[in-house]
Design a binder for this molecule. Structure first.
Ligand code: PLP
Length: 620
């Protein structure tokens, strides 16, 4: 199983058990034995909960929240920082009630708050009883209704900060304040000029769409001062972009943010909070490097760098150390969810045997068969070239009508058999096959999930998530596959995988067992994936199960959210399921009248339609 690099990316959460199965370790209780994921799946299946499913492990969420708060607290003590940390969770990263509710619950001891980037998110935030010193930070574009709600929420004890995104927003805030007669708690978003590397480069620097430049900041200060509201401006916000790969980019950005903080303070703004946004990354590949799907730092190091940089800057400017705020989303929730699905069938890209020569074989078939004699480790590329040439010549003749279907089938089979032998050598003689060939040699494993619904970033931005089979890991994988999803879209496939030696274009897998299911797991999908997913081909939300890992190595089922039924997804696209049933019934009755259908068949046909409409959108 070492081929999957689980020791690198598993973070002591995802391990392989003695039975060769993927197991979940409990970070809150490292001595407890790992819980086997296939056991969890079969237990859930016994309870009537089927895959594909998102499995949320609440123990992982709890542990990440504890970890970020403790890392900041430790850094604050170590560095001698005199302020505190008041993190907020950005709701947009995972808006599901089961996640947000638990984050609030686990965050209470740390005065952990919420970030809302829109009015709906603010409405969600305000439905939670936060700790007395926790913040609600409001970012994004705000209309007067949003602003009134934020201001008035202070009356019932919320520390709701309205982060001003533009000079125009200041005018709206002043107007709403005048109407309500209640003072707002304000923040201001500055646009940092330092640019980060990685996928979210565009979110930072001069051309980022959010935040104000120095000229705009000055005008905001003047407007607030004129309105008698400058004393309400307490927080400075900046956001670098998500998944910052290089910790030195964090340092540079924090340093720049401190320059603004210092200058704003000198302007007479009574700032008390420095909010550094998101960006704390997740090491998806386990490479510990400043590359797109990895990071070259740990959470502890991130916290130390932030605290140290702010302390030095504030000390140099002789300003009180501010309360530190971060809006880390990805790092808090990514590890807590995984997508689990079964493989439905395989399209194998080889043939175990080649047909025997026949006296009247086409000479190209004889040439193809002859390659079999020199498939040796040192001549693999040559065999590949020859086999492809002869097979393509045969195809050309077939297209023009000179070769029959049966002759073509013989040629394809011989070709695939040669490919099987090339693959075998490549795997067992450890000969590296070029990437593009690797993908053309691999099988296609058809899997019961929708890439567009459950892993949208894999499709949209080439996000890599660790993934591997959940069982048989005590046996060497004997095939390579790309994973194709259940949608009818050729984009619905995964062909980049994190392996021990780096990223590969095919995943080592086992020949599918005949007598039992073969499950795959995709890990660290808790951030962004659930909400960005769409209804391509009308595959809806999967079942979602929240569990907690017990001390004895078992688990407790905390919550089950049934996936969308077909009738639910129909209503999302404006169909009324009842109308559809009625229309279908009419056509059935017409068919009976015309004699095409027997009366007895009506019942079976109607219940088939109804069962489908009430059932799961995935393969059952
Ligand atoms: N805060 C703001 C303003 C954001 O736009 C984002 C997301 O990009 C976040 C926080 C969360 O970032 P991350 O998930 O990298 O922690």
């Amino acid at each position: 199983h070492s081929v999957y690099g689980i020791d690198k990316w598993g973070k002591d959460l995802i391990v392989v058990t003695d039975k060769g199965e993927v197991g979940l370790k409990n970070p809150l209780n490292p001595k407890a034995p790992a819980v086997s994921l296939p056991d969890i799946l079969s237990d859930l299946e016994d309870r009537g909960i089927q895959s594909p499913m998102v499995l949320r492990v609440s123990s992982y969420l709890e542990s990440e929240i504890k970890h970020i708060n403790e890392c900041f607290a430790e850094a604050i003590t170590r560095v001698g920082y005199s302020g505190v940390y008041r993190g907020v969770f950005p709701i947009k990263v995972n808006q599901q009630a089961q996640v947000v509710d638990r984050i609030v619950q686990f965050g209470k001891p740390y005065n952990y708050g919420l970030e809302a980037g829109s009015k709906p998110e603010l409405v969600i935030a305000l439905a939670h009883r936060l700790a007395w010193d926790a913040l609600i930070v409001c970012n994004g574009v705000k209309d007067p209704e949003f602003i009134s709600l934020a201001i008035l929420s202070r009356k019932i004890g919320f520390n709701t900060v309205i982060v001003l995104e533009s000079p125009k927003e200041v005018d709206t805030v002043i107007e709403v304040y005048k109407e309500l007669g209640v003072e707002p708690l304000l923040g201001v978003r500055v646009k940092l000029t330092n640019q980060i590397t990685g996928k979210w480069e565009e979110s930072s620097g001069d051309r980022s769409t959010f935040g104000m430049n120095t000229d705009q900041l000055v005008s905001v200060i003047d407007k607030l001062r004129d309105a008698g509201l400058l004393h309400c401006l307490k927080l400075q916000h900046s956001h670098l972009g998500s998944q910052v790969p290089d910790v030195n980019d964090v340092r540079r950005a924090v340093s720049e943010a401190c320059r603004y903080y210092t200058e704003l303070t000198r302007e007479g703004v009574p700032l008390t909070h420095l909010d550094l946004g998101g960006g704390l990354g997740v090491d998806y590949t386990g490479e510990k490097s400043a590359t797109e799907n990895s990071i070259n730092y740990t959470m502890r190091e991130y916290c130390t760098n932030v605290v140290e940089t702010v302390k030095y800057a504030m000390d140099a400017a002789e300003i009180d150390h501010p309360t530190l705020v971060t809006e880390s989303g990805r790092a808090v929730v990514a590890t807590s969810s995984m997508l689990l699905f079964n493989v439905l069938e395989a399209t194998l890209y080889d043939a175990p045997t080649a047909p025997k020569p026949e006296p009247d074989d086409h000479h190209l078939i004889t040439d193809l068969l002859a390659i079999s004699e020199y498939v040796t480790a040192d001549r693999l590329q040559e065999c590949w070239n020859d086999a492809s040439f002869y097979r393509n010549e045969m195809r050309a003749l077939f297209h023009r009508g000179y070769v029959s279907l049966r002759e073509m089938a013989r040629a394809e089979r011989i070709y695939l058999h040669i490919m099987a032998r090339i693959k075998h050598h490549a795997a067992f003689d450890d000969i590296s096959v070029p990437e593009d060939q690797m993908i053309r040699l691999s099988d296609i494993y058809h899997c019961n999930f929708s890439l567009f619904q459950s892993l949208p970033d894999v499709w949209a931005i080439d996000q890599l998530h660790p993934m591997l089979p959940l069982q048989m890991l005590d046996q060497a994988p004997d095939r390579y596959a790309v994973l194709s999803d259940i949608t009818c879209d050729s984009d619905g496939k995964i062909d980049k995988f994190i392996l021990e030696d780096g990223v590969a274009r095919a995943l080592p897998v086992h020949t599918l067992p005949e007598d039992k299911p073969y499950y795959m797991g995709v890990f660290f999908v808790g951030a962004y994936q659930e909400t960005l997913g769409d209804l391509h081909n009308l595959f809806g939300d999967t079942n979602v199960v929240t569990i907690e890992l017990r001390e004895d190595g078992g688990f407790d089922l905390l919550h089950e959210q049934e996936g969308d039924t077909i009738s639910e997804v129909m209503s999302y696209v404006e169909f009324d399921p009842q109308d559809c049933v009625a229309e279908f019934r009419k056509m059935v009755d017409e068919a009976i009248s015309s004699g095409a259908l027997k009366s007895k068949e009506r019942k079976i046909l109607m219940s088939a339609y109804r069962d489908s409409i009430n059932g799961y959108t995935y393969y059952e």
